[in-house]
Design a protein around this ligand. Structure first.
Ligand SMILES: NC(=O)c1ccc[n+]([C@@H]2O[C@H](COP(=O)([O-])OP(=O)(O)OC[C@H]3O[C@@H](n4cnc5c(N)ncnc54)[C@H](O)[C@@H]3O)[C@@H](O)[C@H]2O)c1
Ligand SMILES: [Zn+2]
Length: 413
C-alpha cells in the first residue's frame, strides 16, 4: 500500500506561483503590444504557472483565467513567432467562437485558418486526427505553425496529439471551452485518441505552450456538461484541499448559475492543484494517480452502461460516492464525511445512486469491468481512496468489501 500525502509537499514548496497580473503587465510582457486597446474588456485575468520539475522546468507554461480573454489579442502575445496558425475546433464550438479567436490571433499570425472537426467522442479517432494533418499539409504549414485547440477535451486531446506528431512537434495552445477542459484536460499534457479496443489508448505526453481559459464561453455550455465539469472540480477537494470543499459547499449554486467570480476561483484553484500534482509527477508514476479519484468506479459505469449514456463527469460524480463509501468501510473516513460529499455531488446536479449494470450479479459486473480498466495492475484493482479528508491513498481492497459497497450504493434492481 502506498500512502500519498500531497498536502505536505504543497506547503513545503513554492512550486505554484499564482500571480495576479495587471492588464499592462500582460501586454508589455508579450512579444508585441497588440490588443492593448481591448484591455478594458478584460476583468482581472489571473495566471497560474505550471512548472514541470521532472523535466528541468524548461517546459513550464502559464494558464490564463479570466473573462473576455478570447477576444483579447494580448492573451496570445509572447508565443513562438509564426506566420501561420491553425485553429482546430468542431462543428458546435467553431460557429460560436472561432471568428472571435481568429480576429485576436490575426494580431500575431499573418494567416489564421479554422478547421471544424465533427463533434463527439466517437470522432476522437485516426480518421479525424488525419483531418488535422490534411489541413496542415494543404496549407503548407511548417514546423513553426502554432495549433490552437478551441473546444472541449475531445478537441484538446486530438489537437495536442496532432501537435506532438506534426513534423515531430509544433507548438500548441489550449483554449478550453468546457468546464471539464478548463479544470482538467487542458492542463497536464496528456494527449490521445481512442482505439476501438480502448479509450485514450494512442497518445503522447505533450505540453501546451499556454492555456487560455475564457470563463465567458461557459455561458453556452449545456447545463449537463457544466455539472459534469463540476465533478472534476469537486474531486480536488477530498484528495487534496478540504478548504476547496468548504468553499464549494458555499458556492455550488453560484457556479451552476455561472457567476464569473465563483467560476474564476473554481477554475484557478483546480488548475493550481492539478499543476502541483502534475508538476511533481508528469508521467503518472505515483502522485498523479490521485487525480483518478472516483474514476475506477466511474469508468466501470461508463463502460457498463455503454459509452455516452452517462457523461464522464456524471460517472465520476457517482464513482466518488462509491470510492468515499469504500474509504469509510475501510475505516479511513467517517459516515458524516461521505454524507457531506454525496450531498455536494447531488447539489452539483450529478447522479449519486450507482446504476445497475447487471441485475443478476451487479457487483460482479462492476468488479469484472474494473479489472479490465487500464489502471488495474495484473488484475488487481487500484482504488483511489480518501485516507483522511484532504488526503488520498492508492490501494487495493477485498472483493467482498467492494461488493458490499456497490450493493449499498446501487439502485434497487
Ligand atoms: N488529457 C487529459 O488529461 C484529459 C482529462 C480528462 C478528460 N479528457 C478527455 O476529455 C474528453 C471529454 O471532454 P469534455 O467533457 O470537454 O467533452 P467534449 O469535448 O466532447 O465537449 C462536450 C460537448 O460540449 C460542446 N461544447 C464545448 N464547448 C462548448 C461551449 N462553450 N458551448 C457549447 N457547447 C460546447 C462540445 O462540442 C461537445 O458536444 C474525453 O475525450 C476525455 O478522454 C482528457
Ligand atoms: Zn475525469
Amino acid at each position: 500500500m502506498s500512502s500519498i500525502s500531497p498536502s505536505a509537499p504543497v506547503s513545503a514548496s513554492a512550486s505554484i506561483r499564482p500571480v495576479s497580473y495587471s492588464v499592462s503587465e500582460a501586454v508589455t510582457s508579450g512579444a508585441d503590444r497588440a490588443g492593448a486597446e481591448d484591455a478594458a474588456d478584460v476583468t482581472s485575468p489571473q495566471q497560474v504557472r505550471i512548472d514541470l520539475r521532472e523535466s528541468g522546468g524548461d517546459r513550464s507554461y502559464p494558464i490564463f483565467i479570466g473573462s473576455g480573454l478570447l477576444s483579447w489579442s494580448a492573451s496570445f502575445a509572447g508565443l513562438p513567432k509564426a506566420a501561420q496558425a491553425l485553429i482546430v475546433s468542431n462543428t458546435t464550438v467553431a460557429p460560436l467562437y472561432a471568428e472571435t479567436l481568429k480576429q485576436a490571433l490575426l494580431a500575431h499570425h499573418a494567416q489564421v485558418t479554422v478547421l471544424e472537426l465533427p463533434d463527439g467522442e466517437q470522432h476522437k479517432d485516426w480518421a479525424t486526427l488525419n483531418l488535422i494533418f490534411d489541413a496542415l499539409l494543404s496549407h503548407g504549414a511548417d514546423r513553426k505553425t502554432v495549433l490552437y485547440a478551441l473546444g472541449g477535451g475531445v478537441v484538446g486531446d486530438m489537437t495536442g496529439f496532432a501537435a506532438a506528431c506534426y513534423m515531430r512537434g509544433v507548438p500548441f495552445v489550449q483554449v478550453p471551452t468546457t468546464l471539464l477542459a478548463q479544470v482538467d484536460s487542458s492542463v497536464g499534457g496528456k494527449t490521445a485518441i481512442n482505439h476501438p479496443q480502448g479509450k485514450n489508448m494512442i497518445g503522447a505526453f505533450y505540453q501546451p505552450r499556454r492555456v487560455v481559459c475564457d470563463l465567458d464561453v461557459l455561458k453556452t455550455l449545456p447545463p449537463r456538461e457544466l455539472s459534469a465539469g463540476l465533478a472534476e472540480v469537486i474531486k480536488y477537494g477530498p484528495i487534496f484541499d478540504m478548504a476547496l470543499l468548504d468553499w464549494l459547499e458555499q458556492h455550488i449554486d453560484a457556479l451552476r448559475a455561472l457567476d464569473t467570480a465563483a467560476l474564476a476561483h473554481a477554475v484557478r484553484r483546480s488548475c493550481e492543484i492539478k499543476a502541483e500534482v502534475v508538476g511533481q509527477d508528469e508521467r503518472e508514476s505515483g502522485l498523479r494517480a490521485i487525480l483518478n479519484f472516483g474514476h475506477t468506479f466511474g469508468h466501470a459505469i461508463e463502460a457498463g452502461l455503454g459509452y455516452g449514456a452517462w457523461l464522464h463527469g456524471e460517472a465520476v460524480g457517482c464513482g466518488m460516492v462509491l470510492a468515499a463509501t469504500l474509504s469509510q468501510r475501510l475505516g479511513l473516513v467517517d459516515a458524516a464525511f461521505v454524507a457531506r460529499l454525496k450531498r455536494l455531488i447531488e447539489r452539483a446536479g450529478l447522479p449519486v445512486v450507482a446504476p445497475v449494470l447487471d441485475p443478476n450479479d451487479n457487483a460482479g459486473r462492476y468488479l469484472d469491468l474494473m479489472r479490465l480498466d487500464k489502471k488495474a495492475e495484473a488484475g488487481e484493482i487500484k482504488f483511489v481512496l480518501i485516507e483522511r479528508p484532504g488526503q488520498a491513498v492508492v490501494r487495493g481492497a477485498p472483493d467482498a468489501l467492494v461488493r458490499e459497497v456497490i450493493d449499498a450504493c446501487a439502485a434497487a434492481a
